[in-house]
Design a protein. Structure first.
Length: 321
């Protein structure tokens, strides 16, 4: 997979250290710019490596399917992308990633490379608000990549890039629903079992248990459940602008995603809110899992400008209109 992706996008991507798992921008390092890096297991394209490119990430360490990359791989990425202004790690709140990326940051510090970390914790189903530090990172990380990447591309300082990522995530919430499992190749069996007439609300992108399993409902009913939970947690007000992402988990037709978006848009409009930007498609998947997630980010003028900033990666293109 990695070799094919590199061959398909030689103008955007390269790798370092003789390891295809260490993906970097083709023009790395970009001197004088704060560099951004992420990493995680395979099986989630476009997350993680699909957002490496101009205006977003500078590098990504790629693990095996649903497995963390090593500290050495993350260090190799860090060394290659460092342009003299520091490196920001943005990644999901998973134990293996935290351990290995912390080790990589410590090793980078020994080489006088300053690394700052921003953990993504947008999944409202994985922990209650009072335990938000335990929440998983899911599709909302794409908004963090976009906003932090734009700030870095604009010449922002290390502190400013970190602040942009943290501001985006403070205003971002996600919830998912799964209708069928996926199969990890090395295991050879589904990550979980579920009836054809069932759904699991709040399922994680690795098959982590959700909040509740129940009988399958209509797309409108499912969307209303998810949106209500997100809105109750994020607490946007009438007059607020929101970026909306309806994300397929791997085996959900685009037609169904747009049905969900229609319902989400209607719920926001009924509450006096407006959609600043809409993203409908596959942004963070889980192999061939059937299901979807919805992500909302409350947008002010600063975040709007960061969303609007141009970007070009293999899976995300933002042009300035």
């Amino acid at each position: 997979m990695l070799d094919g992706l590199l061959k398909a996008h030689p103008d955007m991507l390269s790798y370092t250290g003789g390891d295809l798992h260490c993906i970097v921008r083709a023009d790395a390092p970009v001197m004088g710019k704060v560099a951004l890096a992420t990493g995680g297991g395979s099986g989630h394209l476009p997350v993680f490596l699909g957002y490496v490119g101009k205006g977003m990430l500078d590098g990504c360490a790629v693990g095996d399917v649903f497995a963390s990359p090593s500290a050495e791989q993350m260090l190799a990425v860090t060394q290659r992308i460092h342009g003299g202004k520091g490196v920001v790690y943005i990644y999901g709140n998973y134990g293996g990633d935290v351990m290995n990326f912390d080790m990589a940051a410590e090793m980078a510090a020994m080489e006088d490379i300053e690394v700052r970390t921003v953990l993504v914790r947008d999944d409202v189903a994985s922990a209650p608000p009072e335990e938000a530090h335990r929440r998983r990172g899911v599709a909302g990380m794409v908004f963090a990549f976009k906003c932090a990447g734009a700030k870095a591309d604009m010449g922002g300082s290390l502190d400013e890039v970190v602040a942009a990522a943290e501001k985006a995530l403070a205003n971002t919430r996600t919830m998912g629903v799964a209708l069928s499992p996926c199969t990890v190749p090395r295991v050879g069996k589904p990550t979980f079992t579920i009836g054809e007439d069932e759904m699991e609300i709040g399922m994680g992108i690795h098959g982590e248990p959700g909040m509740k399993r129940e009988k399958l409902q209509s797309a409108d009913q499912i969307t209303e459940r998810m949106m209500t939970a997100i809105l109750d947690d994020l607490k946007p007000q009438a007059g607020d602008r929101l970026a909306v992402m309806v994300n397929g988990l791997g085996a959900t037709p685009l037609e169904e995603l747009y049905i969900m978006y229609r319902k989400a848009h209607g719920m926001l409009t009924e509450r006096g809110m407006s959609v600043y930007r809409a993203y409908v498609g596959e942004y963070a998947t889980s192999m061939e899992m059937a299901g979807a997630s919805i992500t909302l980010m409350r947008v002010d003028d600063e975040l709007a400008a960061l969303l609007d900033h141009p970007a070009q990666t293999p899976f995300f293109v933002q042009v300035k209109l």
